[in-house]
Write a protein that binds this ligand. Structure first.
Ligand code: ATP
Ligand code: MG
Length: 253
């Protein structure tokens, strides 16, 4: 459903930055995400994981290379067609920054339902209540503003919003590892059932290797602007730092 070919991205272009300050974040990254597949993406903070996620979703343009969503080349596109916008959803790392503080939870979730499914009235209300329940919140929460939720609750509203249009792909940028264990298990079960029922594909951007081992078919570590594949089922250490070191030693040149 998404295919990247030899994507490069450098920040700090233009006169303002000196040559040393220009930073190649992605140096020729190729990746494909197929229907029903679950990819894990790990790597040090600042290694370019979120950047890659934004480029995959057509939210940011690469400097070179090619991005295809559902077979369509979106590399040079400023905005995606409604069909593609519906197909690819994201839950950002920063739940507060990615929700409008003046919209209630219900309005936030209603937006894709109105835009893509033209739902209104009772049907809209029912679907919002159903989605809130899916992420462990109550229908009454629909009337609350983002400021009245905890960080994890707001994160769950963002997950509900991403699920609302029944997308083909969801990029979860550090979106589930901050949730409590019970809620996390429940949401992972839900994602897994959607993957079997609808063929939804996921990219988990995360520092949580346990999650990668349990849930992902394939995994990559981002380092020095390139992706290195590893088998998530063969990780020995799951202790964050140790595991990352071990992975780096085993995989990186
Ligand atoms: P984390 O695990 O902390 O979320 P990350 O792997 O997601 O890190 P990115 O957010 O992709 O890292 O950032 C990669 C690098 O690109 C960082 O050094 C960051 O400073 C830089 N960067 C990201 N976005 C921009 C931007 N819009 N302008 C300039 N530099 C940027
Ligand atoms: Mg990030």
């Amino acid at each position: 459903v998404i295919k990247l070919d030899n994507v490069t991205k450098t920040y700090g272009r233009g006169g303002f930055f000196s040559k040393q300050e220009r930073m190649a974040v992605l140096k020729g990254v190729s990746l494909s995400l197929r229907a029903g597949e679950c990819l894990g993406l790990v790597g040090r903070s600042g290694s370019g994981k979120s950047t890659l996620g934004r480029i995959m979703l057509g939210l940011e343009a690469p400097d070179a290379g090619n991005v295809r969503i559902l077979g369509q080349d979106v590399t040079g596109c400023k905005t995606l067609s409604p069909k593609l916008r519906r197909a690819v959803q994201v839950v950002f790392q920063d739940a507060i920054g990615s929700t409008n503080p003046r919209m209630t939870a219900g309005e936030i979730i209603a937006e894709p339902l109105r835009n893509f499914d033209r739902l209104k009235g009772q049907k809209l209300k029912d679907r919002i209540a159903e989605l809130l329940e899916c992420v462990g919140l109550s229908p009454d929460d629909a009337n609350k503003l983002p400021g009245r939720f905890s960080g994890g609750q707001l994160q769950r509203i963002c997950i509900a919003r991403a699920l609302a249009p029944e997308p083909r792909v969801i990029v979860l940028d550090e979106a589930v590892s901050s949730l409590d264990m019970l809620i996390q298990a429940r949401i992972l079960d839900l994602l897994d059932s959607l993957r079997h029922k609808l063929g939804t594909a996921y990219l988990f951007v995360t520092h949580d290797l346990r999650l990668v081992r349990r849930f992902c078919d394939h995994a990559f570590i981002m380092s020095d602007g390139t992706l290195h594949a590893f088998d998530p089922k063969k990780m020995t250490s799951l202790n964050g730092v140790r595991a990352l070191e071990e992975l780096s030693q085993a995989i990186l040149p």
